[in-house]
Design a protein around this ligand. Structure first.
Ligand SMILES: NC(=O)c1ccc[n+]([C@@H]2O[C@H](COP(=O)([O-])OP(=O)(O)OC[C@H]3O[C@@H](n4cnc5c(N)ncnc54)[C@H](OP(=O)(O)O)[C@@H]3O)[C@@H](O)[C@H]2O)c1
Length: 266
């Protein structure tokens, strides 16, 4: 068993089901002790018991609603006080897929609070210590929808675009340090997220739906390869490179004081 002086602790938010539960299993297999966070105590306990049995690692649970201010503040304080966190997987997320004009504003607020707010604040909770000791990894779970908006995903896509932009900003801020931040962009993956999303998983062709195991194993392989941004289902790596090159070219071209000729008065 590990001792406090050399144990590696990984924190996984949204560890009670789906992608987070598989991260917990795979990280335990890699020798991490776990701190598992979500709202459903019974499901967290199941995951923790399995980890203890299969990998002989310690798995602690922290029951919290990360969309609730008091609970989030409690988790922030807990993470900030721990000295042995090596890895944070910001995975907890919800999707409420409906046209904005027909959806309650509370659904948008809940997606923003969890997918953006909690992810950002838990990053704040661990990052100063990671930077001070020049070690630590943050994995942010985004989505392929970080780069694409559907008629029902304006808010969800917006939250995941934030995850990508936030991750990239951190990566440039941390350049030259040994602190790593990865964003992961899953395609449709077979999890419970779809049950409350408003779009049933059965709407997808089965060959377009990834398993949680394939998703997490690919994402961790991406982390092992040193990737900053991982698209687990995209076979042709050049697609990301050319997209990102075009993005960089557009940003460079925008950096001038002169309005573009098409916007000048004739
Ligand atoms: N599945 C996909 O197709 C897909 C595709 C792209 C990206 N993603 C992203 O993958 C991540 C994981 O989702 P999943 O697909 O694995 O879905 P999931 O099985 O529904 O898991 C979501 C996790 O987040 C937790 N959670 C939800 N609301 C919470 C809250 N207020 N406070 C604390 N924890 C909360 C849930 O636990 P409790 O209910 O117990 O709190 C659960 O453990 C999300 O960020 C999602 O956006 C999923």
């Amino acid at each position: 068993m590990s001792t406090p002086s050399h144990r590696k602790l990984a924190v996984v938010t949204g560890a009670s089901s789906g992608i987070g539960a598989v991260y917990a299993d795979r990280l335990a297999a890699r020798g991490y002790d776990l701190l598992l966070i979500a709202r459903r105590r019974d499901r967290l306990e199941e995951v923790a018991t399995k980890i203890a049995a299969s990998h002989d690692r310690k798995a602690e649970i922290l029951v919290a609603d990360l969309g609730d201010e008091a609970d989030l503040a409690r988790v922030e304080r807990d993470l900030a006080a721990r000295e042995d966190i090596e890895l944070l997987v910001n995975n907890a997320g919800i999707a409420r897929l409906a046209p904005v004009a027909q959806a309650p504003a509370s659904d948008s607020a809940a997606q923003i609070a969890l997918n953006i707010g909690a992810l950002t604040r838990l990053t704040h909770a661990v990052l100063p210590r990671f930077v001070a000791r020049d070690r630590g990894t943050i994995v942010n779970i985004a989505s392929i929808l970080s780069l694409h908006s559907l008629p029902v995903s304006a808010v969800y896509s917006g939250t995941k675009a934030y995850v990508l932009a936030f991750t990239r900003g951190l990566q440039s801020e941390l350049e030259g340090t040994a602190v790593r931040v990865q964003s992961v962009h899953p395609p449709a993956t077979a999890t419970e997220i779809w049950d409350l999303s408003g779009v049933p998983l059965s709407n997808f062709e089965p060959e377009k739906v990834m398993t949680t195991e394939d998703l997490v194993d690919a994402a961790l392989a991406g982390l092992d390869r040193g990737e900053a941004i991982t698209w687990p289902s995209v076979a042709d790596e050049a697609l990301w490179t050319s997209f990102d090159t075009a993005r960089g070219t557009l940003v460079m071209a925008s950096q001038t004081r002169n309005p573009a000729p098409r916007y000048r008065a004739a």
